[in-house]
Every structure is written in C-alpha cells, then in structure tokens.
Design a protein around this ligand. Structure first.
Ligand code: PLP
Length: 387
C-alpha cells in the first residue's frame, strides 16, 4: 500500500508543513492550525444548532486552546489541570463542562469554586459528591452505548450507566438539590458505524419521556460526545454524511424541537492537522533468510503513538523514498518489547528505505503529544510545533 499525500492534505498545505519540518530535528509533530480552524467551522456548519465543547484531552496545546477560544468554542475538561490551563487563557467557567465521570470530591469543589456549574456523572457516589461539593449545579448522566466493535478506539465500557440507572440518578439529582439537566453518551472514538448513534439517541428519547411522564423531570440537553472521524488508513464516511444521518435520527425521535445539543469533538477537529515526523533508526532482518524487515523509528508507543496499541489506529505513513515495496514490522526505539506499532497489519515500505530516512505519520494531531511519556528510556516527550 502506498500513501498518496493528496488523499490527506491539499498540496500547498503539505508543502508548507514539510518546508517547516525539513528544518527540525526529529521526532516531532507539526500542526497546521488552519486545518483545525477549518474543521471547527465545518463541524459548526454541519450542526448549526449545536454547541461545541472541544475535548481538550485530544491536544491541550495553548495554541489550540487560544484558537478555539477565539472561535467561540466551549471546552470539555477532564481534570483540574486542564481547567487551569484553559482558564489561564481567559476562558470563563460558563464555557466549561467537567466531563469526566471519575473525579475526586475535592476536584469537584475546585471546579465549583472556579465557577463551573455543569458536571457529568454516571454513578451514585459521584452524584452525591457533586451535590455536596457543587450544590445546585446542572448534572447530566452519561449512558452506556453499543458500538465497541466498530469504533477504532472504544470508550464505551468504562464510562456510562444503563438507562434504568440513569433514571434513578436523575431522580436522585433532583432530591439532592441539583438540576437534572440532560444525558450524554460517547459512541466510541473514531466510530465508523453511523447507525450506532441511531440506537443511542432512541435510548435517550426513552429516558427523556419516562422522566417527564413518570417523575415530572424535563431534561433539556443531550451531550453527544465525540466519535466523529479523522482521516486514517481505514476510510470513513464524510463528516457531512455523519451529520445528515445523526440529524435525521435526532429529528425522528425528537421532532423539529430539538433539546439543546452539545458536541465534544477531539479527534475529528485536531487529528488531520498534525504530521508526526520521525527518522528511521535501523532497518534489519531477524535471520539470513527472513522475508520480513523490521523498521525501527525514533518514535514509538511511548513517545506519542500509544493509539497503535492493539494496532487500533492505523496512521497513514508516507516516505519520500519510492520504489519496490515490501512488508515491514514497524517498532519504536525503546528497550521494551511492547514498543511495536504494527506487526499484524502489514504496512509496506520501500525496499531502499534506510537509516536516517524520514517517515511522515499523517493525521497525528490528536492523542499523540499528550500521551507521550516524560522520560521512558530517557527519551524526552514528543515535541510539537504549531504553524
Ligand atoms: C467525555 C469525552 N468527550 C469527548 C471525547 C472526544 O472524543 P473524540 O476524540 O472521539 O472526538 C472524549 C474522548 O476520550 C471523551 O472522553
């Protein structure tokens, strides 16, 4: 398989990124912020009625926070450290949602003292903590979703609760003096099956109706999380197609009068904007007659490519070298045998690839820099540059 740059970047954009990259020492990620700005606008055009909360975990760089702040985005925050970071850039607490269902009571208090009033939950213990530490706040319950098999990076099992528990939690929220505000879900990151949204929106509708009819609780909001696609090797539908279908599902269940809709994109906003540039350290074979080559690069699982775990995310890899291709195993530079990115999925790289050649990992703007270890084997965290 050979990767064509034009399937991923407009030629002028790639040239700009490569010209900059040529002057830097590998490994690093170069991010073109114009691509992020365009992706933000495209998402807004596709879902004109939705409020966007950028999932900061995808890439917490201040350059990205500032760009999205100026575009009017809100922020989905996972920890007090992310909160401090966005607030230091002048983002007000009314633009923040504490989206992590796993949090300490003292951190809930911290958010509350900073002025945040919107909290996710999926358990009674957490809800009781919110009631104590953030009295009177709005809460939304995250529900479990199906779709693990069709998401490249599933999130469904760890977070969320069954619909019956969501009902109980919303009723308890009211008893505890909180505002039962809405429901959330996340269909799994890089979700390739759009129909998964259909099933979960139908579940949401049932919970809305039952709470209204049986308990007089009128929920106001659906937080549809992330899951929208980035451009990797495995092709997906376009964002427009996702949006058309999801809006159809929403209207089928809720009619023209939709509740407040929140989206929490991470990957789909940022991934395509980044190129991770690495250098080949070694190319070797394990025996005199081995057919397969091992290509070791100066980045690996511990320096930003953790989403290659179980070969989940398959990044497009491009090189300037041309010629006959052969299957390779691709591995990182550390002394850990887990540091193999691709072995089962057969990447092909040119036979004349040699030490010192560069590999360009496309669509690596999201979930790379923030996942990079700080000092494993002494290697520093992955550098990033913002154009
Ligand atoms: C609560 C929450 N919202 C949004 C996202 C972003 O999802 P994605 O990167 O698929 O857009 C995540 C990802 O982990 C998440 O945990």
């Amino acid at each position: 398989m050979s990767i064509k740059i034009e399937d991923y970047y407009p030629p002028a954009t790639f040239q700009r990124m490569k010209a900059f990259a040529d002057k830097q020492e590998t490994p690093f990620v170069v991010i073109d912020t114009e691509i992020i700005a365009n992706a933000y606008e495209e998402l807004g055009d596709c879902f004109p009625f939705a409020r966007i909360y950028y999932a900061v975990k995808a890439n917490p760089a201040v350059e990205i926070i500032r760009l999205l702040r100026d575009k009017g985005s809100n922020f989905d925050i996972a920890s007090r450290y992310e909160l401090d970071k966005v607030m230091a850039e002048g983002v007000g607490p009314e633009r923040v949602s504490y989206g992590n269902t796993i949090k300490k009571a003292k951190d809930i208090r911290y958010f509350y003292e900073k002025g945040v009033r919107l909290f996710a939950t999926d358990s009674e213990a957490d809800l009781r903590n919110i009631a104590k530490a953030a009295p009177g706040s709005k809460v939304y319950v995250r529900i479990l979703t199906e779709g693990t098999a069709s998401a490249d990076w599933p999130l469904s099992r760890k977070f969320g609760c069954q619909p019956d528990m969501a009902l109980d939690l919303m009723i308890l929220a009211r008893q505890l003096g909180l505002v039962p505000y809405g429901l959330s879900f996340h269909v799994g990151s890089q979700q390739r099956d759009i129909d998964v949204w259909d099933a979960v929106i139908a579940k949401v509708k049932v919970i809305f109706e039952r709470l209204k009819q049986e308990d007089g609780i009128e929920l106001k909001m659906i937080n549809m999380g992330g899951g929208f696609p980035a451009n990797y090797i495995t092709k997906t539908n376009s964002l427009q197609t996702y949006a058309e279908e999801i809006i159809r599902f929403l209207k089928e269940d809720f009619g023209e009068e939709l509740p407040e809709i929140i989206l929490e994109p991470g990957r789909s906003l940022i991934a395509n904007a980044g190129i991770l540039v690495s250098e080949v350290v070694l190319v070797s074979r394990k025996s005199r007659t081995a057919v397969e080559r091992w290509v070791y690069t100066d980045v690996g699982k511990f320096s930003g490519l953790i989403e290659t775990m179980d070969e989940a995310i398959k990044y497009p890899i491009w090189t300037e070298k041309k010629g006959e291709m052969e299957e390779v195993v691709i591995a990182g530079p550390t002394c850990d045998s887990a540091d193999i990115m691709y072995e089962n999925y057969k990447y092909g790289l040119p036979l004349n690839l040699a030490s010192g050649d560069r590999l360009y990992w496309l669509s690596t703007g999201a979930y790379t820099t923030s996942y990079s270890a700080v000092e494993f084997n002494g290697f520093p965290p992955l550098k990033s540059y913002y154009l």
